[in-house]
Design a binder for this molecule. Structure first.
Ligand code: DON
Length: 553
């Protein structure tokens, strides 16, 4: 071929891919239909997938206060129409006063209440800076437009669903420990009910300030309100910590599964490592032939997760503080083949508890998935750590603080049978990010986005995402069936399979006969999935949280 034709050919191929990647209507799926609607409206006005994700995330901070947030942090994975992926890490950072022994009392004993429930457990929030960074890179509509629905929902209020009212009522006693929080989330101390309107005027004012100037959160009035509260009640976070917060742009973790390319979360999340390592192991088996939720399939999924989680425990932490995380080895197909060699297809393996155990899982987090007409996609998971974070709003600012520092390990050497971990990679240090399990993913097939998925659920997150993906790739499920299917989870220690009660009884019995201990739960995670099939986006919201909503452009 004549050399001068090459650039034209490349351009043609690229345009071809873009056209191929397009879809007639975009889609937003999140844990609250009202927030998905805010994002879908942004798409209708010509906004990009990132615009829609930003609007949805701000709206979730109002209508899903259990996990949607301004005062927390998370990860945003996106893929452009031309195939460029980017990963924004807006995980909270430890304040400068953090140190490895900060969760020990004067007597040297571990102080769990301080670790998970005190103002010292508040990390420097990353959400506002992260959403701003995403908008700066890939936003199309004005920033202030994206905050508008959130401001309206906070100022005018919204009508509580049965589910929202029940969630607030379930936390009423915790809100009672902090008068401003109780005032925001109750009617003079009484639980709000289905049909009541929840308005959050202080939050509306904070959002309005951020619409004008996002730096207000880190150096303006909002920052001052946070610091005032910290100073008055013994928190660690300072004005300097807030000014020093920066989101990090990280290289997307990439893997493949049966010919599908997977874009996933790198450290400081372990989500991508666990997911990709487990998938590499599972690729060596004919799961499709075994059938979804069959004993053979669930056994292999559990064994794959067991091994991926053992590696997580040993190696993962904030990459800015742990230079030597051996990701390329852990994620190689050769290593997966070695691990497969250690799996007995008839019997459960044993997790060697001599390495170390896990701290308890704590809810809550939330995920949203977006795709726009051009085939640009966003997968965003963010969190306050527990449900409603520290259960404490910033007085005068109306948003909840995170207790994300609870994701750091307990203290040096503090590994014991009760579930504490004391390994070095994830000990608290100034400006370090606590290890996460959040697992936003985007799947790509033949050059175009094929699936977007993610979920809350602490350490169960990569397992939940794994299930949505196996359902589609191995069992040919549509988006809704992939979300609805029963889920299981194994995290190495404790050595048992967590199973949803919807898993067939015969499978549960067969797993026990293979030597697995089971722990039954009603539901695991809350996945929000988009699948592109036959050139159209199918959205599937997870009914495990009844308000979840998939809204088309
Ligand atoms: O980053 C993490 O992995 C945890 N802080 C997330 C907590 C969570 O997902 C609980 N959700 N239900």
């Amino acid at each position: 071929m004549r050399l001068f034709l090459v650039p034209f050919l490349l351009l043609f191929l690229r345009l071809g891919l873009c056209l191929h990647a397009g879809i007639p209507r975009g889609m937003v799926v999140s844990q609250e239909r009202l927030a998905s609607e805010a994002g879908a409206q942004v798409l209708r006005e010509g906004g990009s997938a990132v615009d829609a994700a930003v609007a949805t995330a701000f709206a979730l901070a109002v209508v899903h206060p259990a996990a949607g947030n301004l005062g927390g942090g998370g990860f945003l994975l996106s893929r452009s129409a031309s195939g460029r992926s980017s990963f924004i890490d807006f995980r909270e950072m430890a304040p400068a006063a953090a140190h490895p022994r900060m969760w020990l009392g004067e007597d040297g004993r571990y102080d769990g209440a301080r670790h998970h429930g005190s103002l010292a457990s508040v990390g420097v929030p990353g959400t506002v800076a992260g959403l701003r960074e995403a908008w700066k890179r890939e936003g199309r509509l004005p920033w202030a437009r994206l905050l508008k629905p959130a401001i309206r929902l906070a100022r005018d209020g919204f009508v509580l669903s049965e589910n929202q009212a029940a969630s607030l009522a379930a936390h009423l006693d915790e809100f009672k420990r902090h008068a401003p929080t109780l005032a925001q989330f109750s009617r003079e101390g009484e639980a709000l009910r289905k049909g009541d309107r929840l308005a959050q005027p202080d939050l509306a004012k904070t959002l309005a300030r951020l619409a004008k100037d996002w730096t207000d959160f880190y150096r303006g009035r909002t920052a001052r309100l946070m610091v005032l509260d910290m100073k008055a009640h013994g928190g660690l976070l300072t004005a300097t910590d807030l000014r020093g917060y920066r989101p990090a742009i990280r290289e997307t973790l990439k893997g493949s599964y049966r010919g599908v390319e997977i874009l996933a979360a790198p450290p400081p999340s372990s989500g991508g490592q666990v997911l990709l390592e487990a998938l590499n192991i599972l690729e060596g088996y004919d799961l499709g032939g075994m059938g979804a939720s069959s004993p053979a399939e669930v056994h292999l999924v559990a064994e794959a997760l067991r091994r991926a989680f053992a590696d997580r425990a040993q190696f993962l932490g904030d990459p800015d503080f742990n230079g030597g995380i051996p990701l390329s080895r852990l994620l190689s197909k050769d290593y997966a083949a070695q691990l497969r060699g250690t799996i007995d297809r008839e019997r459960a393996s044993a997790s060697a508890p001599d390495r170390f155990a896990w701290p308890k899982d704590r809810p809550d987090t939330t995920h949203l998935s977006v795709i726009d007409r051009k085939g640009r996609a966003v997968s965003l998971t963010y969190t306050l750590e527990d449900s409603y974070g520290l259960k404490r709003i910033v007085p005068g600012a109306g948003f909840l603080l995170n207790n994300e520092m609870g994701d750091f390990n307990a203290g040096p050497g503090l590994t014991d049978a009760t579930g504490l971990i004391g390994t070095a990679p994830n000990l608290a240090q100034p400006r370090k990010r606590p290890l996460s399990s959040m697992c936003p993913v985007i799947l790509v097939k033949e050059g175009a986005v094929f699936m977007v998925s993610g979920s809350p659920g602490g350490r169960t997150i990569p397992a939940t995402v794994l299930h949505t993906l196996l359902q589609v790739v191995d069992f040919g499920a549509d988006a809704q069936a992939a979300v609805d299917a029963p889920r299981v989870h194994h995290q190495w220690l404790p050595d048992r399979i967590q199973v949803e009660s919807s898993l067939p009884a015969a499978t549960k019995a067969a797993l026990q006969a293979m030597g697995h201990a089971l722990k039954e739960v009603k539901k695991q995670g809350c996945a929000q999935v988009i699948l592109v099939r036959n050139g159209r986006a199918e959205g599937a919201a997870d009914a495990r949280w009844p308000d979840s909503g998939a809204v088309a452009e």
